[in-house]
Write a protein that binds this ligand. Structure first.
Ligand code: PTJ
Length: 274
């Protein structure tokens, strides 16, 4: 399809096109397209921008990843399709970060497609293509991990994750940072640091924050984070955005003054357009 850069939704259409192509190649599953649609809806509700509260969570995420002994980012089909470049930048900014393929709908060829997308983007070492360990108590293929990556990680960054695995990781004593546009998803609800933001914006902001923290004289720490407040902020933003949109719609349209004014034929008729 030919997309015009002048289209008002050009950026969003390009991402959809990228995902559709990635689905054709086998990188993204059909369920990934559904997940993207859900994410887009929440992004609309959040105003399609990083909120101040999400930025705060992203700064804390940067600090946690820098402070961790074994930080890891988990990469699935959707993330590889739309944010491989951002993952590569993150691996540059967080020197100890392991990058691991982890798929809900796992097949060998899909794991290799994710690996290839990350290599192309500049990630030098990709774990998880041939899993070597199992996370106990998790029925899905997400349990299959790398002994050198998620298995030993102390801080896990899990964009577009499912709630079951976030909980299973926490049960092993790991700290979980999620990226999910839906503040009501189970993943957002259980994560230690729920980042309610679009994955590419979130990763870019974490990179910016990590670069700034590395310049500062204070060493990074596992600073406390109020996740309930972060989730409440996201819901309040959605509430505000929807209320504002509803008020805009209720306001009567501005009437252009016709000159000369003619007397109205029907007295008391509403000015509102049908
Ligand atoms: O590649 P696989 O096999 O590992 O499968 C990946 C998907 C995404 C299909 C799988 O993880 C899945 O089914 O995820 P869910 O349970 O649908 O959750 C995805 C969450 O990500 C939803 O809550 C969406 O709102 C959110 N989301 C979708 N796109 C984005 C997003 N959040 C941030 N940025 C996005 N671009």
């Amino acid at each position: 399809m030919q997309l015009s850069p002048r289209h008002p939704r050009y950026a969003s259409l390009r991402v959809r096109e990228t995902l559709a192509r990635a689905h054709e190649s086998g990188l993204v599953v059909l369920e990934g397209l559904i997940a993207h649609g859900r994410g887009e809806t929440f992004d609309y509700f959040l105003g399609e921008r990083t909120t101040p509260s999400a930025r705060k969570a992203e700064r804390v995420a940067a600090e946690w990843l820098l402070a961790a002994e074994h930080p890891v980012v988990s990469v699935n089909g959707n993330v590889a399709a739309i944010a491989a470049g951002e993952v590569a930048e993150l691996a540059r900014a967080i020197p100890r970060l392991a990058v691991e393929v982890n798929l809900f709908h796992r097949t060998g060829p899909r794991a290799r497609l994710v690996e290839a997308a990350l290599w192309r983007a500049g990630v030098p070492r990709v774990l998880g293509v041939r899993p070597t360990a199992i996370i106990p108590g998790l029925p899905s293929d997400r349990a299959r991990v790398d002994r050198r990556g998620i298995f030993v990680a102390d801080v896990c960054l899990v964009p577009l994750e499912d709630g079951d695995r976030a909980e299973a990781l926490q049960a092993l004593g790991k700290r979980v940072i999620s990226v999910d546009l839906n503040p009501l998803s189970r993943t957002s609800q259980v994560a230690d640091v729920p980042i309610v933001d679009e994955v590419r914006r979130a990763l870019r902001e974490i990179v910016r924050a990590a670069d700034a923290i590395k310049q500062s004289p204070n060493p990074p720490r596992l600073v406390p984070f109020d996740r309930y407040r972060a989730l409440g902020d996201a819901l309040a933003t959605i509430d505000r955005e929807l209320t504002r949109a509803a008020v805009r719609r209720r306001r009567p349209p501005r009437l252009r003054r016709a000159s000369p004014r003619r007397p109205r034929e029907t007295a008391g008729r509403s000015r509102r357009t049908p």
